[in-house]
Design a protein around this ligand. Structure first.
Ligand SMILES: [Zn+2]
Length: 257
């Protein structure tokens, strides 16, 4: 598609399907970490949220009706990590499935001795490569309050979507196109290992200990804190904060200055 045509489509969507002002203001009031941005960022976020809503399909599970309020809340939080990277990072999927509450998933794993371990896992969100993103509305709704703990299910799942677009190499394309496995990923892996060691040693961590599960989870968990409790993350884990600032091309701790 040529440049002017895609720009025209974008402009038409923004003009024809604007988010009503009261609904946008309500969203900012409910999720103060969104409101704590410069006016220019907020305008860009509003435009991106509008385009996101025109491209993605929301479905409620178990009879849940996804209201405009819910869709805008999810879309705005989802767009936050993509604000400077661009909406094309979300091109790999269309559907967003919203459940009323956390979903219990049956998990199974065979160990090296051939013994199958089965357990139930409670999921407040899940992102699959090419598949829909699943979210529990209860956790999304609580995101205003849970921001103090650096917790945000929407940012977590959409950080996975961004990561899955090219694995950790997506980071390299963004940060260091010349490098096969650049300094950025190595530095993140070092932070991850130090974090996993701290969790294993039983230390109190600002980041959710779940981030010790795997490098991808560490990236998603750290991204949550980066966007909803940036000052705390910068104070607790300055190295991680700096890496995410480079990756997302945003500085939310100093956003208003
Ligand atoms: Zn995760």
């Amino acid at each position: 598609m040529s440049g002017w045509l895609s720009r025209w489509r974008r402009q038409r969507t923004l003009e024809r399907r604007p988010i009503p002002e009261p609904l946008w203001q309500l969203t900012l009031a409910r999720y103060p970490f969104l409101a704590a941005r410069s006016d220019a960022d907020l305008q860009a976020l509003r435009d991106m949220t509008t385009l996101f809503l025109s491209k993605k399909e929301f479905a409620g599970a178990g009879g849940l009706e996804v209201s405009d309020e819910m869709a805008v809340a999810i879309a705005a939080q989802a767009c936050l990590p993509a604000l400077k990277l661009g909406l094309q990072w979300f091109d790999g999927f269309v559907g967003i499935v919203v459940h009323e509450d956390a979903v219990v998933a049956s998990r199974q794993r065979e160990d090296e001795d051939g013994i199958v371990h089965a357990w139930d896992e409670e999921l407040s969100g899940e992102a699959m490569s090419g598949g829909p993103v699943m979210l529990a509305w209860r956790d999304v709704e609580d995101a205003g309050e849970s921001a103090a703990d650096g917790y945000n299910v929407v940012v977590h799942e959409f950080a996975h979507v961004i990561d899955m677009r090219g694995g950790v190499t997506a980071a390299l394309e963004s940060v260091d196109p010349q490098s096969e496995r650049g300094e950025w990923v190595n530095a993140l892996a070092d932070e991850y290992e130090a974090f996993a060691d701290a969790v294993e040693a039983g230390e109190e961590t600002f980041l959710d200990p779940y981030g010790a599960e795997a490098l991808e989870e560490f990236f998603a968990v750290a991204s949550e804190a980066f966007f909803v409790a940036p000052a705390e993350l910068e104070a607790e884990q300055p190295g991680v904060y700096a890496l995410l600032r480079t990756f997302f091309r945003q500085d939310p701790a100093g956003a208003r200055t």
